[in-house]
Design a protein around this ligand. Structure first.
Ligand code: GLA
Length: 726
């Protein structure tokens, strides 16, 4: 609920258990006094500061020694006394860029704002929005700060919008989505980093004086750095302690920074990465920044993750798919790579059907002259040498088995060796002789509508011609030369953001025109796993690494910021193609069951026992799928710190839980370990199927269950159900 005091200078954004408090002081400077547990009353005293030398006072502040350098500023300006990192930099025609942002007005409305061209939280019951209008006293530019309050969720979604009411163009050299100054208590920073085949590994470190930034300059949110950052009290654990986190609904180059300055206040800010960013804001024009989702928890990191998961499922994922059962796919990539024909795929489909998979996905290699990763991207026409007569024979075979058909595409890319490149060499980002190659391909200039239109026409033609129910949308390289032939010299600094807007426009058109197609995101695995993509795609291929042990770490890290149902997880063959490791099929199946499950192997190479096992895995998955889609995730053993990985998914009403664990290495010491199963009902009796055991919820929550002793990479699961509800 949004509450204001009578004088109108204090605004409380109250959620279930948190308050975010804004204060407009007598000079019309906007401050954040608090973001944390719920507070009320006259809290202006929280804005008091102590004078320090070398802290300047702007000319409109008439008391000497009052300086923005010392206060908790909301959306701080540049060059008017606050020497910390600014939220925006506006350069005027005369070359100067100092700004003085002052409060003008505010209003409250029900519902959520539209963020034209960008993914945003969807209309959600109970959501309320505060808009604060600031004006730059020096350039005249207006800034609208939006705060969407999700009362039931301890979530506030922020973004900023710039409007130029003046007669002259200005340049936005930084236009962050949000900035908040938090009162000084010690905190740790938690971020998610990695690389291809090892995404979203959590890294935790203490905040110290100075600035820490997590960012991507790759044109995609990237495998390396995820647009997520959490601040934790040093004693915060999975289940206890205070923390807050932010994630951006943005898929391009981003930055999130934390800065501790001389006052001990902690500034958290971010949005579009401002390296190479420069936006021309013409007279009368607006610029909308991506949304930043801020969440708060006083019950540990686990509760913060569950809040993000709820927010994504309720208000970000495409409504139609958010809670819908997902296809259990069998994908031919690791089974065949580029080497297939209709004749080899038909028996593949026959065997896949026997396993119980419901969608066959034809991966890379079905189009153009695509016999390796050196050619063909952009030529989205079926390769009739491999697949004579087109995709029809494969689709018919799928239908005979009651299966559906899915297809891989990589719309944003172009191979040098392609008909498209011969026809339109200038459609590739960069210039001849200057372009870097990565995976032998270039990036198509999706900032240009004529490029998007042509690719859209090609892909839409396929979707119209064939019964395709699933698309895997890949993106296998990052952007090097940040420039566009479609932009004038002074507009080149807009390219990376315009590219992302182009991708969003393309995704919107495709998903709107083909609402019955489930689109899965992918970027060389999890290279664009972010809230922006999840607005269009309900699930994302989590990593190209399908090794059952590595996956425990990747999925553990990903679950910190995203719901399990957003993670696409496949069982692949052994030895694993990425690591060479051999893990039991049961382990691979259980780890892959903690997401949108599927298979990525050649069914004809399986033994009879393996086939039977997979058929059982698929049936078992369908039984627990509602928990994956709707349940609460608890991380019980941390595979980065422990020989065990363990995760529980518990029904919101506590009636049921599904627990999966893995023991990395067998050990002879035989020490007894236990995990407690949270989220159950204390007085209910539960049946644990695999243990043929009955126990009260209180026992499971407070004493727990003994972990089994298994061989290397052995996994187990427990189905825990309220005995009286069986
Ligand atoms: C990327 C994807 C893989 C596969 C290949 C095909 O690496 O992440 O799953 O689709 O491309 O080239």
């Amino acid at each position: 609920m949004i509450v204001q005091n009578e004088r109108g200078d204090l605004i409380f954004l109250n959620t279930k258990s948190a308050s975010y408090v804004l204060w407009i002081d007598q000079w019309k400077c906007l401050h954040c006094l608090h973001f944390g547990g719920k507070i009320a009353g006259n809290v202006r005293y929280l804005g008091q500061t102590e004078f320090k030398s070398f802290s300047p006072t702007p000319p409109d502040i008439l008391i000497e020694g009052v300086s923005p350098d010392l206060t908790a500023n909301e959306y701080p300006d540049f060059g008017q006394g606050d020497f910390r990192s600014p939220a925006a930099v506006i350069r005027r025609k005369d070359g100067t860029s100092h700004s003085r942002f002052r409060y003008c007005s505010h209003e409250v409305f029900r519902g959520v704002p539209a963020c034209e061209g960008l993914p945003h939280v969807r209309q959600t019951e109970g959501a309320e929005t505060l808009t604060v209008r600031l004006a730059d006293a020096i350039s005249g530019v207006e800034i609208f700060l939006y705060y969407v309050v999700f009362e039931g969720l301890d979530v506030i979604v922020r973004h900023a919008e710039f409007y130029n009411p003046t007669a002259e163009r200005v340049l936005l050299e930084r236009a962050y989505s949000f900035s908040v100054d938090l009162a000084g208590t010690r905190r740790d920073i938690l971020t998610l980093h990695g690389q291809h085949l090892g995404e979203r590994m959590p890294v935790r470190r203490a905040v110290t004086r100075g600035r820490y930034t997590v960012s991507s300059a790759r044109g995609a949110s990237s495998h390396q750095d995820n647009p997520f950052l959490a601040l934790l009290s040093p004693s915060c654990t999975e289940e206890e302690g205070e923390c807050m986190g932010v994630t951006l609904l943005y898929s391009g180059s981003f930055a999130l920074s934390v800065e501790e300055g001389q006052t001990g206040l902690l500034r958290l800010l971010g949005g579009i990465n401002d390296e190479n960013f420069r936006w021309r804001l013409e007279p009368g024009a607006r610029f909308v920044t991506p949304q930043a989702v801020l969440a708060w928890s006083q019950r540990g990191l686990g509760a913060l993750s569950r809040t993000f998961a709820d927010l994504f499922r309720e208000s970000v994922l495409p409504r139609r798919y958010a809670y819908a059962r997902r296809p259990i796919v069998i994908n031919n990539w690791e089974a065949t790579y580029f080497d297939f024909t209709t004749d080899t795929l038909l028996p593949f489909i026959d065997e896949a059907a026997k396993l119980g998979a419901d969608t066959f996905v034809l991966d890379d290699g079905w189009f153009g002259a695509r016999n390796s990763d050196r050619a063909g991207l952009g030529d989205w026409f079926v390769n009739e040498e491999k697949l004579p007569g087109g995709l029809g024979a494969l689709i018919s075979r799928c239908k005979e088995h009651g299966m559906r058909f899915g297809l891989w595409i990589e719309p944003e890319m172009i191979s040098r060796d392609s008909a498209l490149f011969c026809a339109h060499p200038d459609w590739a980002v960069g210039r001849e002789g200057e372009r870097c190659e990565s995976r032998h391909q270039y990036v198509l200039d999706f900032s240009r509508s004529e490029v998007r239109d042509e690719i859209f026409a090609r892909i839409a033609a396929l979707l119209r011609a064939y019964e395709i129910s699933y698309i895997k949308w890949d993106m296998n390289r990052h952007i090097t030369e940040c420039c566009s032939a479609g932009l004038p010299a002074e507009g080149q600094g807009e390219f990376l953001h315009r590219y992302v807007l182009g991708v969003y426009e393309f995704a919107r058109r495709l998903t709107e025109e083909f609402p019955n197609v489930l689109f899965e995101g992918c970027a060389g695995g999890g290279g664009r796993f972010d809230g922006g993509m999840l607005y269009y795609f309900p699930q994302i291929w989590t990593s190209d690494n399908t090794d059952a042990y590595d996956r425990t770490r990747i999925q553990y890290g990903t679950s910190i910021a995203y719901p399990l149902s957003a993670m696409s997880c496949h069982v692949s063959a052994c030895p694993n193609h990425q690591t060479g490791r051999v893990t039991p099929l049961a382990s691979r199946g259980l780890v892959a069951s903690l997401g949108a499950t599927g298979y990525e192997l050649d069914p004809s190479k399986l033994t009879k026992e393996e086939r039977e096992q997979i058929a059982l895995q698929i049936r078992a998955y369908r039984a627990i799928e509602p928990l994956i889609l709707r349940g609460d995730c608890y991380r019980l053993c941390d595979p980065f710190a422990d020989n065990y990985f363990c995760m529980a998914v518990v029904a919101k009403d506590g009636a049921e839980a599904y627990v999966v664990g893995q023991q990395r290495l067998a050990c002879a010491d035989g020490q007894l370990r236990r995990v407690r199963i949270p989220g159950l009902r204390a007085e209910t009796r539960y049946h644990i199927e695999e243990l043929s055991l009955e126990a009260y919820g209180s026992t499971l929550m407070h004493a727990g269950l003994n972990l089994p002793l298994l061989g290397d990479f052995g996994s187990w699961c427990w189905h825990i159900r309220a005995a009286e509800e069986q």
